[in-house]
Design a protein. Sequence first.
Length: 445
Amino acid sequence: MRNPRVLSIDLGSAYTKIAIRRQWNGEAELLRNLPLAADDVDFCIPSVVAQVGDPNGSRWMTGAAAGALMPGDGVRIYRYWKARLFSADPEAQATRDEMGQSPARYDGEEYERVAIQFFRGIREMLERSPFAEDVAAAAVRVCVPKIDTRDMDARVGRLLEAAGLQPAKGHVTVYEPESNACGIFTRGRNETWYPPAVSFTPRSGRSMHLRKMLEPEGLLQALRRMTGTFGVLVIDIGGFTTDFGYLEFDTSFTSDDWQRPRIVQQSYELGIRELDQAIYESLNEPAQQAVRNLPAAEWEAIKGGIYSGTEVRVEGKDGKPVWIGRGADAEKIREALGVFAERVIGVRDAFCRAFVGGAPINGQTLTGGGAMIAPVRNAVLHALSSDERIRMYDLLDEQEPRRTLRGRAGSAGYVDEREVQARARRNLELVRGGSAMGGSSVFFE
């Protein structure tokens, strides 16, 4: 194993999350209380970069500070640069999230320059934080979408080095579908061992001990049956892509590598920023004008309420209040949400046809920023729950921690309330930060 300590950066289109694994058998930890993070979630860094010019030159800002700025004289804001950086068609990406602004189109070098500034901003932030020792000693791995992009490892490695970070050995990048699936089903656990020596053969090195890393429910019951395979599907709705990761475990013990599941994965260029654009287009002109006058951070703060059917008051250009989500706008917003949820189900079905085929899907779960939007989550969960043969792992179900721990307690029936609260907190972390935790896993060593 090549990287004893790994810093994992889940580079999200809207928010970036960072996790650390400090030792082989250590639990992955999301880095919290970050100065660049959003006010409401202290491990989510807005993936926003700003270039601010003045008579003495220009300076770069990242994260929450950049998200609070408005574009104007001497201020250039880069919001959804990840999509332009990694997409197979960057030009098309520029039309999906204009939100009434003139879509600035830059070449690939410009987007790479923005990425370097973002990674540099993360490094400088961590060097000034209690995590300074971690960033100095850790190799860095980046979670990226599973789309057709050439030389991803080499490209991201160059960006990290230009930002003053040390790329991980072996895998500089890991695809978001599998890192998210790994994070969800290990819950950030890491465990390694030294297999027993066999006569006349060299002693094996440190190996992953997946059985001790996996969530016990479902899978271990299948392992005890020692027959067939057990498949799980993870769906992650992000800002740029919706990611699918399917893991199939051999529970018959007939293969030599039964501890490492078969993983198939794919990212589809369908994300929340397209939903933002569709809802913006559905608003009346005064509401659109008010949205255009909002900094990125303020739009992110209010859109959850808009999506949930709440009327939101913002200040118009003339200082008068403008209501978003009132009257006819409310119905248009509901329609846009419904269309988006149907598109998610459509690509889910396409993924299953193309990559899963006749293999079993015994369980599935929904994660990502899109899972936090109640109407989208409810619509997708409703569609996913139509097959009673597939168990739904709902991390946002408030009863899941108590139900799971009570099931483990068996006839004893006693549940420690502190364990219930700890599991509930972890569930919320996994919905947003599962990919970052999975990216630091010893699974990828």
